[in-house]
Design a protein around this ligand. Sequence first.
Ligand SMILES: [Zn+2]
Length: 247
Amino acid sequence: MDTKAIKRAAEILRDSRHVAVLTGSGISAESGIPTFRGKDGLWKQFRAEDLATPEAFARDPKLVWEWYDWRRGIIAKVEPNPGHRTLAKWEEFFHEFSVITQNIDGLHAKAGSKNILELHGNIWKVRCTKDKNVTENYTVPLTEIPPACPVCGAMLRPHVVWFGESLDTGILSRAFGLSSSCDVMLVIGTSAFVQPAASLPLRAAESGAKIIEINPDPTPLTSYAEISLPGKAGEILPAIDGLLQKE
Ligand SMILES: [Zn+2]
């Protein structure tokens, strides 16, 4: 680990009141969650791109739900890593601290974070296809596929954003608001390729925030970052935390 860069990151954070964090699949991968893309994501010869769409759900809701039930079974066994836990701890440490995540696995909440904006929804939430009510559902495996709304009996769908669907505009505008007003943005485990999430660090940088990037590999964002820390969030965040506690 680059101890000088970690020390500098701790200094920047110590001077910050308002911290925004953007996380992507990298932090979940450290806990052992597969990306469900490419070869990792194959299930009964289907690709994620063939199942995570409104068209697939309209055609065969049972098949799509069986896939989500399988994924939920995998995710249920996974624990947050020290990266998630450090972010949860920092909610108390800063005046304002929010996690904006592209992940749907719920690991930030499991680690104890409360201020979370889930850009792509949450695999532990279901939405009624009729009344649009969103509720939590942690049953693994599901007792009924496809599951039915306990209120009106209509079919439930996973409360996640599928290919071809728009992000929730309310959540997105809050995410841009946080990006505009933060002193520092931590960008963790995301390649910063996927729009509109990729625009958030750019908005933060334009608004004068310092960007600290934690990612094993360089990304398009690296050139905007004040500090770039190549490596695992589960090692780097606790190392920064160790310095923050030493005042
Ligand atoms: Zn309903």
